[in-house]
Design a protein around this ligand. Structure first.
Ligand code: PBG
Ligand code: ZN
Length: 341
């Protein structure tokens, strides 16, 4: 240990941090483009792409133009894209969510036809499609009804799968949503479509910018009757267990950064199920706002944050930073290998 005899024994952990080569040799986690999924907003109400004010660099894309950003994702080698829809028509039951000619369904078909090689994931919820902005069917008192909503979620997932989604991702936090969707898929010869469950989704203030982007804020009340209480940790394990039993192929914890303990808990409780962390809109906006003011080094902070999800135990990260992060990783790889292609 070479501790000077005048000092108590101590470990020289700096030995393996001395050079970049040593640091690379013992590095435990590495971010890569194929572990990242880019969320994309597809819109029926915009004639051209529109930047989301609270999310600089993120756009609402008309169906006809969404191919542009998907092509970028493809070129960057991202693992996949996650689609959200902004429909022209909203009603009490969110009819457009499951329409064959709906905004997401059309986008999925277009992406499939374009020969996109990444994974196509679709968000399954009703809040962007209901006029009241809730994630399900409501009664006269405004309570979100669980079991009638399951039927709508299953129909929606089915329509996405028929359009060609590889993975459907229910985000409504209705009990039994994975079972309902799995059954509908299996009964309709869509046994190959996977389910990524937003298992442990908390009632979070970090979704604010998303609700502007997707025009899906509840018109009254909030989502605390179905999304998890931020105070609770053990309960996340019950949510995750239930989804595994119901047939989820992948699990998710959301938001990411304020819930890294839950990511770790999910990894430990389900070591053999792929796990996603969702680096949500508010987390994105905070970094962008600070970086714009010169208060943070955007690249350093983004790469460090994304890596922290992997370190906590996630296998993949859903993030609005995906295209930037992939570019930064490619630049770093280029300079590390002496500029070889
Ligand atoms: C819809 C949904 C939301 C998000 C993903 N799916 C919003 C919400 O639940 O209010 C949030 C994503 C983000 O903030 O980036 N249920
Ligand atoms: Zn919702």
């Amino acid at each position: 240990m070479n501790t000077p005899s005048s000092l108590p024994a101590f470990a020289r952990l700096r030995r393996l941090r001395r050079t970049d080569a040593l640091r690379r040799l013992v590095r435990q986690n590495a971010l890569s483009a194929d572990r990242m999924i880019l969320p994309i907003f597809v819109s029926e109400v915009d004639a051209a792409r529109v930047e989301i004010p609270s999310m600089p660099g993120v756009y609402r894309w008309p169906v006809e133009e969404v191919g542009e950003v998907v092509a970028e994702a493809d070129k960057a080698g991202l693992g996949g894209v996650l689609l959200f829809g902004i429909p022209a028509l909203k009603d009490t039951r969110g009819s457009e969510a499951s329409a064959t000619g709906g905004v997401v369904q059309r986008a999925i078909r277009g992406i499939r036809d374009s020969g996109y090689e990444g994974v196509v994931v679709s968000d399954v919820c009703l809040c962007e499609y209901t006029d009241h902005g809730h994630c399900g069917i409501i009664d006269d008192e405004g309570t979100v009804l669980n079991d009638v909503t399951l039927k709508r979620l299953a129909e929606t997932a089915l329509s996405h799968a028929r359009a060609g989604a590889d993975i459907v991702a229910p985000s409504a936090m209705m009990d039994g949503q994975v079972a309902a969707i799995r059954r509908a898929l299996d009964e309709n010869d869509l046994g190959q479509t996977a389910v990524l469950s937003y298992s442990a989704k908390y009632a979070s203030g970090y979704y604010g910018p998303f609700r502007d982007a997707a025009d899906g804020a509840p018109q009254f009340g909030d989502r605390r009757s179905h999304q998890m209480d931020p105070a609770n940790a053990y309960e996340a394990e019950r949510e995750l267990d239930a989804d595994v039993r119901e047939g989820a192929d992948l699990l998710m914890v959301k938001p990411g950064l304020a819930y890294l303990d839950i990511v770790r808990r999910a990894r430990v409780a389900h070591p053999n199920v792929p796990l996603a962390a969702y680096n949500v809109s508010g987390e994105y906006s905070m970094v962008k706002a600070a970086a714009e003011r010169g208060w943070l080094d955007e690249r350093a902070v983004v790469l460090e944050t994304l890596l922290s999800f992997l370190r906590a135990g996630a296998d993949l990260v859903i993030t609005y930073h995906a295209l930037d992060a992939a570019r930064w990783l490619a630049e770093a790889a280029g300079s590390a290998s002496g500029g070889h292609p």
